[in-house]
Design a binder for this molecule. Structure first.
Ligand code: GBH
Length: 460
């Protein structure tokens, strides 16, 4: 049963509404590109919950016209997708795949013809396997390979792309991919994964330079953030929460925005980076905007004494971490088990504004969404409605937010969960590849109409 909701508050007339996806999660056509770390990772039994791979996923490479039509009919002004590095450069550098570049060229043309702004992300975790075999993000050279790739993409589609994202969630890629091994490339290095964070940030800075040199503008990044709540007022819980906050909310933003790492990170990096100051200068090249992916807040306390590994949201956390996540009680949970706490988005945005003041670039919410089953997804509508109100509240309080992107357009390959978690506004039947808009798609379309006419896509 659909509930009647008050319409959303009015957002600015030039506010950028969009939907997000990523290459590995939707494209399929895996045999038409070079292999990535995710292909290798999903080939090993036990790494993906339902044993599936993304070899076909949403078959988007073949069905992109239908998907662009869904975006156009939804009435959003922008589409955030990612470019697959191994589709463009099958071995990560050197030889360019004409066929791969042709695909993004056609996708961008199709979006422009539909009046939808293309917003590509250059890296959404699918490192070319050849780059991984040469040391991956543990080696500095990967940052240079990435900038080379950024230049190739900008050269081909830069004339039609108004807005760029370098990296998606380097925090998750470091933590899940390299510290805990839950994502590809499956390394379990704990704090020895820190150089990965630095090389990802350096790659971002070098890519900003490459994009500017190619003459394209309006560059941002998509970082995951969320408020960290201490489990109690006890000093050890607050200390643990502060440390987790550094990892999630400062490690990948302080250096970009202030040009410095938090002190504890500088200590942990030790002497491992030869010329840290020069790198920080590259990393902090000015950004036009800053993207935030928000899903949920996290409650964190001191490690629980005498326990072995703790299970947290499907993750086995080793006991030697200096913090332990705790459940947030009394909130509805998504199908993934994540608590639904819309006001945490207001809190997060206000905290960012307070922390960085005038140095904070304009913000864009580059991902927000939830996993639920079913076509009549009233719970997804409630989630999006709540978060959009929370966002509006932060804007009313003076935080400069320019856009909002729903994760995701389509149900897709949800990493270590396989195809078992559905984040789409549009349902995908993986047996037939049939797309069916869910109730949330109709709801959002209605709300966007209620927001009044938008400026045309070529307005800047
Ligand atoms: C994003 O990452 C990714 O960019 C995207 O590819 C992915 O499909 C999407 O989100 C959905 O997962 O255990 O309650 O504390 C998500 C980042 C970090 C959000 C971990 C959820 C843990 C939830 N996630 N966080 S909880």
């Amino acid at each position: 049963m659909a509930t009647t909701r008050a319409p959303l508050p009015r957002f600015p007339h030039d506010f950028l509404w969009g939907v997000s996806t990523s290459a590995h999660q939707i494209e399929g056509a895996a045999d038409e590109r070079g292999p990535s770390v995710w292909d290798a990772f999903t080939a090993l039994p036990g790494n993906v919950k339902d044993g599936t791979t993304a070899a076909v996923a949403c078959d988007h490479v073949r069905r992109y016209r239908e998907d662009v039509a869904l975006i156009r009919d939804l009435g959003v002004g922008a589409y955030r997708f990612s470019v697959s590095w191994p589709r463009v450069l099958p071995r990560g550098s050197g030889e360019v795949s004409g066929r791969g570049l042709d695909f993004y060229d056609r996708l961008v043309d199709e979006l422009c013809a539909a009046g939808v702004r293309p917003v590509p992300t250059l890296f959404h975790w699918d490192t070319p396997l050849a780059v991984e075999e040469a040391g991956g993000w543990l080696v500095r050279d990967t940052a240079h390979r990435f900038a080379e790739y950024a230049a190739v993409v900008a050269d081909r589609i830069g004339d039609r792309v108004p807005k760029w994202i370098t990296l998606n969630e380097p925090a998750e890629h470091t933590l899940l991919g390299h510290a805990l091994g839950r994502h590809a490339p499956g390394r379990q290095l704990l704090f020895d994964a820190l150089p990965v964070a630095h090389h990802l940030l350096l790659a971002h800075g070098l890519a900003v330079g490459a994009l500017r040199a190619a003459g394209v503008g309006d560059i941002g990044i998509a970082n995951s953030h969320g408020p960290t709540w201490p489990a109690s007022d006890a000093a050890e819980d607050r200390e643990a929460a502060d440390f987790y906050d550094v990892l999630l909310n400062r490690l990948f933003s302080d250096p970009l925005i202030t040009g410095r790492y938090p002190e504890v990170i500088t200590e942990l990096l030790g002497g491992e980076v030869p010329d840290l100051d020069a790198d920080l200068e590259t990393i902090s090249r000015p950004l036009d905007w800053y993207g935030i992916n928000f899903y949920q807040p996290t409650k964190v306390g001191a490690p629980l004494p005498g326990t072995g590994p703790t299970e947290f949201s499907g993750l086995w956390l080793p006991p030697e971490l200096p913090f332990s996540p705790r459940p947030i009680e009394g909130r509805p949970l998504t199908a993934f088990g994540w608590p639904v706490v819309p006001e945490a988005l207001t809190e997060l945005l206000l905290t960012f504004r307070e922390r960085y003041g005038d140095r904070l670039p304009p913000l864009v919410v580059t991902e927000n969404g939830c996993s639920y089953e079913g076509l009549d997804d009233q719970d997804r509508i409630a989630y999006l409605d709540g978060h959009l109100r929370a966002l509006h509240e932060a804007m009313a309080a003076g935080v400069d937010v320019r856009g909002y992107f729903v994760w995701s357009l389509l149900d897709n390959f949800e990493w270590a969960e396989g195809h078992g978690q559905r984040f789409g506004l549009v349902h995908v039947d993986y047996a037939t590849q049939e797309r069916t808009p869910k109730a949330s798609y109709g709801w959002l379309r209605g709300e966007l109409r209620g927001q009044g006419p938008r400026p045309p896509a070529d307005a800047g």
